[in-house]
Ligand binder design. Structure first.
Ligand code: ZN
Length: 245
């Protein structure tokens, strides 16, 4: 029931469908629609069924970036095998006024956090000297594991570009549920290009941080997810290989 008051519990929650471990194992078809996803947040990232490109959700709009460089707004009926969203309300802002690389940006964020053990939604908006991204490519069943699928990924470098990095900093305790550490997707100001961020340099802009302590994990009931072996001991290494920058 909506009584006009801000729903604090809902506002502090990250909603996620499936797990990074399942994606690593090649579970590329999910059962959650973009319409459903957007009921749980207005900000986030993910991918689409068949691993068809990268997802960036900003201001309630779900953007679909494909490996051929095309960009579109996702349909409400499109499906995702992995995505995480939240209602983005920043509680900390850090202005950046000089050219700062990714390592220094993450150090700034690390220093501003109250704890390593919470989840943080992060939005970095500004002018970037360079952003290097990758975009995963649509796969055909039977699906290869992500480490193999990622070998065919398209890499791009955008220079002197305005845009936004959207994503999360996830505690180590969630490794295999999500990507432990930083996971950011980039989209330019015109929403025409971007992808999973591998590296970047921010010339000037603002870092916004919002802590989260509730995780709503929605597991798929697709046959492939149900039959997957998600106990791999080398999962952390595989996630780093497939997602690392
Ligand atoms: Zn990603």
């Amino acid at each position: 029931m909506h009584d006009g008051h801000h729903d604090v519990r809902r506002a502090r929650e990250i909603y996620q469908t499936s797990t990074m471990g399942a994606l690593i194992d090649g579970v590329y078809d999910g059962d959650v629609t973009i319409g459903e996803l957007l009921r749980h947040g207005d900000f986030g990232l993910g991918t689409f069924n068949r691993l068809d490109g990268e997802m960036v959700i900003l201001d309630g709009t779900c953007h679909h970036l494909r490996s051929d460089g095309s960009a579109r707004i996702a349909d409400a009926g499109d499906l995702t095998p992995f995505a995480a969203v939240t209602w983005f309300r920043p509680d900390t802002s850090i202005p950046v006024t000089t050219s700062t690389d990714r390592v220094a940006i993450t150090a700034l964020i690390d220093a501003a956090l109250s704890s390593d053990n919470l989840m943080y939604a992060l939005r970095i908006k500004g002018t970037f000297g360079a952003v290097r991204t990758r975009t995963v490519m649509r796969q055909q069943p039977p699906y290869p594991p992500l480490t193999e699928a990622a070998e065919g990924q398209q890499e791009s470098t955008f220079r002197d570009v305005e845009g936004t990095l959207a994503g999360f900093r996830t505690p180590d305790l969630e490794q295999a549920i999500a990507v432990a550490g930083y996971h950011m997707h980039f989209i330019d100001r015109d929403h025409r290009q971007g992808g999973h961020a591998l590296d970047y340099r921010l010339e000037h802009g603002v870092i916004e941080i919002s802590s989260r302590s509730e995780l709503h994990l929605s597991l798929p009931r697709t046959p492939q997810f149900l039959a997957s072996d998600l106990t791999s001991e080398s999962l952390a290494q595989q996630i780093h290989q497939a997602e690392g920058g």
